[in-house]
Design a protein around this ligand. Structure first.
Ligand code: F6R
Length: 239
């Protein structure tokens, strides 16, 4: 696992450049996308590059990591709404090719279908991740099996608390989500994980300790051959 310590704006540009170069090589690439604050700057750069005529997403397919259960897609805190407003509405991606796991069909089969659909598209070429302060990636909380595929998750209290900053009240934060599993993430071909800010310093320190344990889900990434951590100085302050 490689680590690059850069300023926030350098991180956003570097990841944008990786995606731009992938799309030049493979215009119909499959992107794995995250929500949350970490990837917003990257999405801003992608929108800028698209508006400048440098990249087209016309043939791109995307799969998001996760979605809350209990929020409609037009709810401002739903991840579908987030993706539309931060990225999809401002680029030429076909919405029909953007996938977000949802509760439309409430059966386990449906969630397996999400992984199968990714496989049918040839797998995810480039996956963007953020990390929770407890080491979660997507909504795979501590204790999640390394063999997990897309599944329903009960969110941990620490995650609900972390995410309550986006809601009026902590009681409005959904307690369940649908999430790609740790195995689904490990099946992706290239991973970048964005770790920025002081509140992620402990998580980054633990990740760099190289201990692989389900207590700290992101630690599974040590077993993936192509992961780059993009961290800023604040997150790297305890290394
Ligand atoms: C979001 C996701 C989460 C976030 C993580 C960090 O799709 O999968 O794992 O990446 O909670 O969130 P931020 O970036 O808001 O600190």
């Amino acid at each position: 696992m490689e680590i690059r310590i850069l300023s926030l704006s350098e991180i956003n540009l570097a990841i944008k450049e990786e995606i731009a170069s992938l799309l030049r090589r493979k215009p119909n690439a499959v992107l794995g996308l995250a929500t949350g604050s970490s990837p917003i700057g990257v999405y801003d750069e992608l929108v800028k590059a698209h508006k400048a005529g440098d990249i087209s997403f016309n043939e791109v397919t995307s799969f998001n990591l996760d979605e809350y259960i209990g929020l409609n897609s037009d709810h401002p805190q739903s991840y579908r709404y987030f993706m539309n407003s931060h990225l999809f509405d401002h680029i030429d991606i076909l919405k029909s090719r953007t996938h977000i796991p949802s509760m439309d069909k409430n059966s386990e089969d449906y969630y397996e279908t999400y992984d199968n659909k990714i496989k049918d598209h040839g797998g995810i070429d480039f996956q963007i991740l953020g990390i929770g302060s407890n080491g979660h990636i997507a909504f795979n909380e501590p204790g999640t099996s390394f063999d997990s595929l897309t599944h329903i998750v009960d969110l941990k209290e620490s995650t609900i608390k972390d995410n309550s900053r986006f809601f009026n009240d902590v009681n409005e934060v959904p307690t369940k989500a649908v999430s790609m599993g740790l195995k689904s993430i490990m099946n992706t071909k290239r991973i970048v994980i964005i770790i920025t800010g002081k509140n992620k310093a402990n998580a980054l320190k633990r990740l760099m300790s190289k201990e692989i344990t389900t207590d700290f889900p992101a630690s599974i990434l040590h077993r993936h051959p192509k992961v780059t951590i993009y961290a800023d100085q604040e997150a790297a302050s305890l290394l």
